[in-house]
Write a protein that binds this ligand. Structure first.
Ligand code: HEC
Ligand code: HEC
Ligand code: HEC
Ligand code: HEC
Ligand code: HEC
Length: 376
């Protein structure tokens, strides 16, 4: 009876349309984290910021949602037929699905934007495990004594291929996260990744750190790769350690040094506004000092413009990959003084939020990313 039930559920699994809910059965922890990730929120239905920009985009009038290859690749109908998105389960529940990433076989490099090449084998998922690198685990049962005893190996739902280098070096992310040009051939978004000798880490080791809890219900692996990619809700401790502060006493005052260990600029998206806030505590009074901003503003004829009209970078003060940015404050420090250093960001630069009609507090407010106190 037990085997019969297992058999029946196995057959049901094979026939059910493969969506994230299927994965939830056996990978509930990863599935739950994914619910808060920007990959779950990447569609116009789940991300009001993406929707606000899309609503103003000239392609909307033309009925051509060209954003699909990165924002909603799981909606295969839309990718194939073109047109505008409709609120179907792919758009709502898993626009960048489990299967999207786990079937990326290769990345083709293009000037306009890179392209993911997906494997054609429907239930062969790529993954990384240094101990099993290069192995292919095919699901099979070994029977003995006329089928009385069974031993299963691998996943009872899918095969696994541990041989894809993209899952070890982080390049699996680069089909969507590298750059994007507009119709004028200008790179609206440019992640400027520096993967060099100074890189101890890659996209996966920083953003998908091993956290507590098994990755599958059928065995206890103790840890799993974090799947909640989202700078706001990802536990700050997970990412803030890659940004380091220090204070140097100078003749004219002091400098705050912000060191970026990431292999991409900090707050690189053209909608973001990064801010450094420093307060000086002297004799019990707290004085906020001049704020410093980190932005990449794109536009035309020296003026900011919408991304589809932009043909140049007007200003780029973002802290680059592996950069140590030194910011001078002309305030003398005395013994007993304290400095409170806070680096944070606005998801949408308040000036642009106005133009886009975004009013929701969450997207406009200042969100602290890292805070540290220094005593002298
Ligand atoms: C019926 C249970 C079941 C379902 C449903 C299932 N998996 Fe799995 N999966 C497993 C098991 C068991 C393993 C571990 C296999 C092993 O360690 O040999 C696994 C392993 C994996 C791995 C590789 C883990 C590693 O070692 O790095 C990935 C990736 C994966 N599953 C993705 C998915 C995705 C995506 C879905 C949904 C489309 C899914 N799984 C649905 C049971 C399942
Ligand atoms: C080549 C892949 C790619 C294409 C094509 C693409 N995007 Fe994106 N988009 C991304 C990635 C990756 C991010 C996340 C970047 C980040 O957070 O720094 C993003 C983020 C955004 C954001 C910021 C969302 C937020 O919550 O802050 C907006 C807005 C956006 N895209 C609009 C669009 C629009 C509109 C289109 C189509 C006209 C489009 N994108 C096409 C890859 C793409
Ligand atoms: C943005 C791309 C992306 C998405 C979306 C994604 N994964 Fe993964 N997943 C990865 C990468 C990369 C790894 C390898 C991480 C490592 O172990 O180094 C991984 C690892 C795994 C593993 C095994 C390794 C471990 O230690 O946890 C499982 C199981 C898994 N994913 C299942 C899922 C399921 C289920 C979903 C959907 C709810 C999903 N993934 C969505 C990229 C993704
Ligand atoms: C199929 C395309 C695709 C792939 C592959 C992909 N991403 Fe994304 N990712 C996106 C899009 C699109 C967004 C932005 C969604 C939005 O804001 O609307 C995003 C958002 C993110 C964010 C959140 C940014 C924020 O503002 O909070 C992080 C972090 C991230 N991705 C990391 C990764 C990592 C690490 C990988 C590789 C393991 C990866 N992504 C692979 C498309 C992709
Ligand atoms: C050394 C650790 C580290 C590495 C390596 C790294 N990141 Fe990040 N990433 C961070 C930190 C810290 C932040 C938070 C600050 C920020 O938002 O820029 C971040 C932010 C992001 C964001 C949100 C940016 C925004 O504000 O819109 C995306 C998207 C992202 N990373 C993707 C990637 C991808 C893709 C790779 C691989 C090319 C990668 N990261 C490599 C540490 C890292």
């Amino acid at each position: 009876m037990k085997y019969f039930l297992i058999f029946v559920s196995f057959v049901l699994f094979l026939h059910a349309s493969t969506d994230n809910t299927t994965c939830k059965r056996c990978h509930p922890k990863i599935f739950n984290e994914y619910q808060n990730s920007m990959h779950k929120k990447a569609s116009i239905y789940n991300d009001p910021v993406h929707k606000a920009v899309w609503d103003k985009h000239p392609l909307k009038q033309k009925g051509n949602y060209k954003c699909a290859k990165c924002h909603t690749p799981a909606d295969k109908q839309l990718i194939q037929n073109g047109g505008l998105p409709t609120p179907n389960p792919q758009q709502l529940r898993h626009p960048v699905a489990c299967q999207t990433c786990h079937t990326i076989e290769n990345i083709e490099k293009h000037a306009k934007s890179n392209k993911n090449i997906y494997s054609k084998k429907p239930k062969m998922f790529f993954s990384a495990d240094p101990a099993r690198r290069g192995e292919k685990v095919l699901f099979h049962e070994t029977k003995s004594f006329f089928g009385l005893f069974r031993k299963t190996e691998g996943s009872p739902y899918h095969d696994i291929d541990y041989g894809n280098a993209l899952f070890y070096n982080g390049n699996v992310c680069m089909g969507c996260h590298a750059h994007k040009e507009n119709a004028k051939g200008f790179a609206v978004c440019d992640f400027k990744v520096k993967q060099d000798d100074k890189s101890k880490h890659n996209c996966i080791s920083c953003h998908m750190q091993k956290v507590k809890g098994s990755y599958v219900t059928l065995k206890d692996t103790h840890v799993h790769a974090y799947h909640g990619s989202n700078i706001v809700t990802a536990s700050p401790a997970m990412l803030e350690k890659y940004v380091k502060f220090s204070v140097i006493q100078e003749q004219e005052g002091f400098s705050v040094v912000v060191e970026n260990e990431a292999n991409h600029p900090l707050f690189p998206h053209p909608l973001r506004l990064g801010v450094l806030k420093v307060s000086l505590q002297h004799n019990g009074t707290l004085t906020p000092l001049k704020m410093h901003y980190f932005v990449r503003i794109i536009g035309k004829n020296g003026k900011p413009s919408s991304p589809w009209l932009a043909d140049s970078v007007i200003k780029d003060t973002t802290i680059q990959a592996h950069e140590k940015r030194k910011i001078l404050f002309k305030h003398p420090l005395e013994k007993g003084d304290h400095l409170i250093v806070t680096l944070g960001y606005h998801i949408v630069n308040p000036k642009m939020a106005k133009k886009l009609g975004i009013t929701e507090e969450h997207y406009i407010r200042f969100i602290p990313f890292k805070k540290e106190r220094f005593a002298f």
